[in-house]
Design a protein around this ligand. Structure first.
Ligand code: 13P
Ligand code: SF4
Length: 360
């Protein structure tokens, strides 16, 4: 695993760090209070032999003070698979914490929120996947990790936004002409475009497990997608990009592949949250517009005060927003909310995740 992030030991040290990064956007009294909480979290981490994983969407005060590892879903999955701490506190949403439990069942995995949902994960059930498998017998099922454990258990492969194309290409190389790619309609359409496949989008007809009729593409080679959407990324529009380019003609636009194909086509770059981060690091000059959850832009701006990082902060992920420093402290103190996955489901879901990790 990559090197762990080192934080100052004391609340005063953490405050100095937060002030340097966030002093322009948050008042000192707030940063002082946050630093006190972060220092207590870091003390409890040592006492309880815990590690904290922080998704790139975490709020800035948390992101810059307590996670031992930060990154996108793919990276944090890899870290959680190898973690040897007694406790993994997952500062992200439930499906991510479940993934950590599936990959490393011997550890106690905590999510600092009783809910921590995700509109994509909520869009599909295991019964829906079984219905699709009945409708397309023998077709391999690749599911985006933004789904719950029982859906992963029905899948042959998992993928993240960081390796969706690689997973589909691996399946194509194995000779598969049709591939079910669930549940994100837009990620599926963007990946189909990347891999030269037609696509049909299926959806539920009332109850889970019932499918609305749909016309499959005429040829033999196509992807089968599902009508799930990220409630955050579906809101970004081509008009947002047009207006940004009108105001700032030099701006480079980065979008997440959960955005619509039209938004992705009008962007300069599309990639996972960490891939966007790398793009920013490798593009040392110029204005950038990030079409993703606003906190990520906040976190990059805090570390790079000289960069102009534009973001649309009226569009937020309410589920990621449930994870705060305050809730993370309670999670460690009370050892809540413990993530459990029934063993039969876990073992099957693990196979799909392992196949993904093997691809890279
Ligand atoms: P990444 O895998 O790119 O970090 O994305 C996770 C997510 O939930 C995006 O909305
Ligand atoms: Fe789910 Fe979208 Fe929030 Fe990511 S941003 S956790 S995909 S609702």
């Amino acid at each position: 695993m990559e090197a762990v992030i080192a934080y100052p030991e004391t609340a005063a040290g953490i405050f100095a760090r937060l002030k340097a990064r966030l002093g322009d956007v948050a008042p000192e009294f707030e940063l002082k209070a946050k630093a006190e909480i972060a220092a207590e979290i870091n003390r409890l981490k040592r006492e309880k032999n815990a590690i904290i994983l922080g998704h790139n969407y975490m709020e800035p005060a948390l992101f810059h003070s307590v996670p031992d590892y930060t990154g996108d879903s793919l990276y944090l999955s890899r870290v959680s698979a190898k973690a040897d701490a007694n406790i993994i506190v997952f500062c992200g949403v439930r499906f991510m914490a479940e993934t950590a439990k599936i990959l490393n069942p011997a550890r106690t995995v905590l999510l600092p929120s009783a809910k921590g949902g995700c509109s994509l994960a909520a869009s599909i059930t295991a019964a829906d996947v079984r219905a699709l498998k009945r409708a397309y017998p023998g077709v391999p099922v690749a599911t985006y990790v933004n789904c719950y454990a029982d859906v992963k258990a029905e899948s042959d492969y998992c993928c993240t936004s960081g390796n969706a194309t690689a997973v589909v290409k691996a399946l194509q190389k194995q000779g598969h002409q049709r591939i079910a790619f669930l549940p994100d309609e837009y990620l599926a359409k963007n990946t189909a475009k990347e891999t030269g496949m037609e696509i049909v989008i299926r959806e539920r007809d009332g109850n889970p497990g019932a499918l609305k009729p749909a016309q499959n593409p005429a040829g033999e080679t196509y992807m089968i997608g599902w009508k799930g959407r990220c409630e955050v990324h579906e809101q970004f529009t081509v008009e947002d990009i047009r207006m940004a380019r009108k105001q700032f003609p030099d701006v480079r636009v980065l979008s997440h592949p959960e955005c619509s194909p039209e938004v992705v086509a009008n962007s300069d770059y599309a990639g996972s949250t960490t891939q966007m981060l790398r793009y920013v690091e490798n593009t040392p000059q110029g204005r950038l517009l990030l079409l993703t959850e606003c906190s990520m832009g906040d976190n990059i701006a805090a570390q790079n005060p000289n960069r102009e990082i534009l973001r649309i902060c009226s569009i937020r992920c309410p589920h990621m927003g449930e994870i705060t420093l305050e809730e993370t402290l309670e999670a460690l103190k009370q050892e809540r909310y413990v993530i459990e996955v029934p063993e039969a489901i876990r073992a099957q879901a693990r196979e799909a995740l392992d196949r993904m990790i093997a691809i890279g």
